[in-house]
Design a protein around this ligand. Structure first.
Ligand SMILES: Nc1ncnc2c1ncn2[C@@H]1O[C@H](COP(=O)(O)OP(=O)(O)OP(=O)(O)O)[C@@H](O)[C@H]1O
Length: 557
């Protein structure tokens, strides 16, 4: 609708432009005759036409800017929503910096060009069509002579555009890698500094930055060549027309007044030609951004919610893996024909050497991935038949690496909830032994954390993470235990929080602490994706087999 209204304004603008050469001819006529009142009349009319044209120009601008900003907004929202439909596998394969760049810079470019294209470009193209028609009407011989040069100009502009597109593809993907590199390095500053890798990183950055400068320079060089070439052709064309016009007047085929109108029309053509050249270049450069953004939209989600999926009803926490096989890469099976039944409220410690498949088992329960064979069931319901949100809201997770988002403590605890419930925030913080230290901050639950927020100790971060996992009061809890030890006081507070959190919940712990495996109802000992032993700590030790050996290596000291 906005675009349609905008086009009406553009049309009115172009039509009012067309009147101008005629007015110029009339003014020239009366200047020639020395008829001052008529001259003043036509000049006055010219002023009115200019005024009307400016009003249409203003409205065309305003309407088209809004319409194209809306296009960019819709596109950005659609791409972002699509990215949220993609599974974790996609994010493991792709660089986040590159994705951010596409969502910010690339889409901005598209918005800008849509604006220019819809506003000025369309108006220019219309002028480029309408003005020559008017010129044909004035004098067809002169117009045809002028148009001889047009195909050559169009071809030249097209050639330059294609070269610019190629350069832009390279330059956009290069600046995207630069952004990806920065995201990676800023996110790992601890590591960079620990390895005294600043010089190495500076060199890596410099290489990329110089490469970027070179690509940009080549594009600008091309443009620097294009404008003088097109400008020169324009000048030659105009001089040729002056000559032809003068000659036609000498022959008595043309009046000076018609020549003035004709030349005024030519002058009106120059601005649109310049703009079209400039916009065509920008359009070609933006084509690379369009490709990069739509490439994202074309990525199919690997994990799709069943269109008939129902919300998972409130569960008791019975979990069953039934003959589950899984592989991230089809040639490397990770879990093989795995069977496991977990009762509501049972605490399961997952133990096994690195790469045994503990995290994978959890990934399948959270439905980050689907099994290749078999089923994962909660309370007897295959998790593929329920909505992802309802499934994940009933599973709380305390990850090994705790991420706090920019926001206050309350927002971090109620993460994911659009309208947080303060009573629930406080209740889960109390359960997680976090309430006391939070209320000691002067701003309490409103204390800012995350980037540039208050510094929290490792134990405090863990207790916030436990509160967050408990916020939705899930029946199933996943604990990926941190390997690093806390001081004994913090440790005791965290342990107490966990003991309380685990009560009345089915718990899966990827266990790294001896106390956890000792107290678990059942230890599942995994090896190469299969359960090789299962039982309590004492039972497994008494078997004297794989777990006992593992225990001797890992925990005994
Ligand atoms: N996203 C992934 N893509 C491809 N392979 C993966 C992926 N995640 C894990 N793997 C592979 O699957 C196997 C099982 O990994 P998993 O992370 O489940 O083991 P784990 O027992 O949790 O190990 P750790 O204790 O080291 O975390 C390993 O061989 C690992 O290399």
């Amino acid at each position: 609708m906005r675009f349609a209204l905008g086009f009406v304004c553009i049309l009115a603008y172009v039509l009012s432009t067309l009147v101008l050469p005629y007015l110029a001819g009339q003014v020239a006529l009366y200047i020639g005759q020395g008829n001052v009142p008529q001259m003043a009349y036509w000049l006055g009319l010219g002023a009115v036409v200019f005024l009307v044209r400016s009003v249409f120009q203003y409205w065309e601008n305003i309407i088209m800017i809004r319409a194209s900003l809306d296009v960019a907004l819709d596109l950005r929202q659609a791409v972002y929503a699509h990215l949220h439909r993609l599974g974790l596998d996609y994010y493991e394969r792709n660089k986040t910096g590159d994705l951010s760049y596409r969502l910010t810079e690339d889409i901005d470019r598209i918005g800008e060009v849509t604006h220019k294209m819809s506003q000025q470009f369309v108006s220019c193209v219309l002028q480029l069509i309408a003005i020559p028609i008017y010129m044909l009407y004035l004098n067809w011989q002169l117009t045809l002579a002028g148009l001889i040069i047009a195909p050559l100009m169009a071809w030249l502009i097209g050639e330059f555009g294609n070269r610019l597109l190629k350069l832009s593809r390279k330059s956009q993907s290069q600046i995207s890698s630069l952004s990806a590199l920065l995201t990676e390095v800023f996110g790992s500053m601890r590591l960079v500094q620990a390895f005294a890798a600043q010089s190495f990183e500076k060199q890596r950055f410099n290489q990329e930055a110089v490469h970027n400068r070179n690509l940009r320079y080549r594009a600008e060089q091309l443009k620097a060549l294009q404008y003088p070439v097109v400008g020169f052709l324009e000048a030659i064309g105009i001089m040729f027309l002056f000559f032809l016009g003068g000659w036609q007047i000498a022959q008595g085929n043309l009046t000076p007044q018609a020549l003035v109108s004709f030349l005024a029309a030519i002058a009106l053509l120059l601005h649109p030609i310049d703009l079209v050249t400039q916009h065509y270049n920008e359009f070609k450069q933006t084509e690379a951004s369009v490709e990069r953004v739509f490439e994202l939209m074309d990525v199919p989600p690997t994990l799709v919610e069943d269109p008939n999926a129902q919300p998972l009803p409130a569960v008791t926490g019975k979990v069953e893996y039934s003959d589950v096989s899984f592989a991230y890469d089809p040639s490397k099976p990770v879990l093989q024909h795995l069977d496991l039944r977990v009762h509501p409220g049972e605490v399961i410690a997952l133990v096994g050497s690195s790469g045994a498949g503990k995290t994978t088992l959890i990934n399948l329960l959270m439905r980050f991935f689907d099994p290749v064979e078999g089923q994962v069931l909660i309370d007897g319901i295959d998790i593929r038949t329920v909505t992802l949100d309802s499934l994940r809201r009933q599973i709380g997770i305390v990850p090994q690496d705790i991420t706090l988002f920019s926001g206050n403590i309350a927002q971090n605890i109620a993460y994911g909830e659009i309208e947080p419930n303060f009573e629930r925030i406080e209740a889960s913080a109390k359960l997680a032994n976090a309430h006391n230290f939070i209320t000691q901050f002067s701003q309490g639950y409103h204390t800012w954390v995350g980037e540039r927020g208050v510094n929290l100790s490792g134990g405090q971060r863990q207790r916030i993470a436990i509160s967050r996992a408990l916020y939705f009061d899930p029946r199933i809890l996943i604990l990926d235990e941190a390997t690093s030890a806390l001081d004994s006081e913090s440790e005791a507070l965290v342990q107490e929080a966990l003991d309380r959190a685990m009560k009345n919940r089915t718990v899966f712990v990827i266990a790294h602490r001896l106390s956890t495996v000792r107290e678990a109802d059942r230890i599942i000992f995994l090896e190469k994706g299969t359960i090789v032993e299962s039982g309590t700590h004492d039972e497994l030790l008494s078997y004297g087999q794989r777990y006992a050996q593992f225990y001797a290596q890992q925990f005994k000291s």
